[in-house]
Design a protein around this ligand. Structure first.
Ligand code: FMN
Length: 403
């Protein structure tokens, strides 16, 4: 009997590297999320995972993809699969861009640096947030890019201009102006946990820290988490425990309009993308303003709850302005098949936020590599199974909306 067992069974080698062990267990983005939830203090997990109000838009972002089905073709010779595309005139190995996420060092001490090194290896553009916890220069010096810089329109235009100049000097290729944050969304999970930078210590935070010793150990040994791009320049750069909500409330310019886009056009010599377009009307105005690419986004459901899922807006926006500008989208993309669906409906490329943060929490820089690999392999498999040999050949007839 032992001989029979020996002939059919092989022992799986024991994986001593904890990060690799966890990543192997994750299998997909949802698995990464589950592990991130175990590894991060509750307030940090809720900061990255949560949305606004009742989180309806956040949930529907993902559900929107469930409404789209493929129309697979067979006998198409898919021996060679090509996942590459072009965006803003440059070749990308994958139709994927990393969305900006503020305060990434709350997840791992490496934070934005871990993400930037990983995206640089895969030649995926990484959009650094204004509210990053590693500076514009640190990221540019520590990774080869491509880097884009996300700007919030702050009242202090001298400071905004200075950030643009620093990004240009550091070789950032494009700017992304986020326009859906004239006021901060009502993120109730953060309100409940009092999420602040730096964290305010209370009994609950201390208990949370004790329950997540590996995060706490790394956190206390690393440099403080600050809004690195504005350290010393802003009233609340994270040096005093101003709540994020108060900080942003003070900084955001709620008077922004299309006139301000002209201001950016005068002060940035390169591609400008507008992030947060949520209607055909605004997509038309962006095209009229000469914007080369828009990002159809509801901020991952973190701003206006009740905003439509980005995936549902792609087709009408592509029909209206698809020949005038390039369309990117984010919100709820969790699989390579989601990328294929968005492209079929008219997007040029997709963006992700939370998925790479879950990967980062699960396995640091290698966790981000893992997330990219998951999406790339999944996209390639989807192309193979739908009989479409390349991203370039994805057309509207690849999908249908479920009746
Ligand atoms: C933790 C976190 C921080 C974010 N910070 C920013 C930011 O600083 N600027 C911005 O334009 N969008 C920000 N976003 C929104 C993302 O850029 C993106 O639109 C969203 O995450 C996409 O949805 P997904 O997480 O479902 O992929 C943030 C999102 C998360 C989850």
């Amino acid at each position: 009997m032992f001989k029979t067992l020996q002939s059919v069974m092989r022992f799986r080698p024991i994986e001593f590297d904890g990060d690799l062990r966890r990543l192997r267990r994750a299998v997909n983005v949802d698995g990464l999320r589950r592990i991130a939830r175990q590894r991060l203090p509750r307030s940090v997990f809720n900061y990255i995972d949560g949305g606004a109000d009742d989180e309806l838009t956040m949930v529907r972002n993902q559900q929107g993809f469930e409404q789209i089905e493929f129309r697979p073709r067979v006998l198409c010779n898919i021996q060679e699969i090509d996942t590459s595309t072009t965006l803003l005139g440059k070749r990308l190995p994958l139709p994927l861009v990393f969305s900006p996420t503020g305060m990434t060092r709350a997840v791992t001490p490496g934070g934005e640096m871990d993400v930037a090194r990983s995206t640089a290896r895969s030649e995926i553009p990484y959009v650094l947030s204004t509210l990053s916890t590693c500076s514009i220069e640190e990221v540019a010096q520590g990774s080869s890019g491509p880097h884009w810089f996300q700007v919030y329109v702050w009242k202090d235009r001298v400071l905004v201009k200075e950030l643009l100049d620093r990004a240009a000097q550091a070789g950032y290729e494009a700017i992304v102006i986020t326009v859906d944050t004239t006021v901060l969304g009502n993120r109730e999970r953060d309100l409940r946990s009092g999420f602040t930078v730096p964290p305010k210590l209370g009994l609950d935070t201390i208990l949370d820290g004790i329950l997540h010793p590996s995060w706490t150990w790394r956190f206390v040994r690393s440099k403080p988490i600050l809004f690195s791009n504005v350290v010393g320049k802003s009233v609340a750069d994270g040096n005093d425990p101003a709540s994020l909500s108060q900080y942003l409330k003070d900084q955001f310019d709620s008077s922004i309009s299309w006139k301000d886009i002209e201001w950016f056009q005068q002060h940035w010599n390169g591609p400008i993308l507008i992030k947060g377009i949520q209607s055909v009307e605004d997509a038309r105005l962006a095209a009229k303003a000469g914007i080369p690419a828009i990002i159809v986004s509801n901020h991952g459901g973190r701003q206006l709850d009740g905003a439509p899922p980005a995936i549902e807006l792609i087709e009408p926006i592509a029909d209206a302005v698809g020949s005038d500008l390039e369309i990117l989208c984010d919100g709820g993309i969790r699989r390579g098949s989601d990328i294929a669906k968005a492209i079929a409906l008219g997007a040029r490329a997709c963006m992700i936020g939370r998925p790479y943060l879950y990967g980062l929490a699960t396995g640091g820089e290698r966790g981000v590599d893992f997330t990219i690999r998951l999406l790339q392999e999944d996209l390639a498999r989807t192309l193979a199974l739908t009989g479409c040999p390349s991203v370039q050949e994805i057309g509207r007839d690849l999908v249908r909306i479920r009746p």
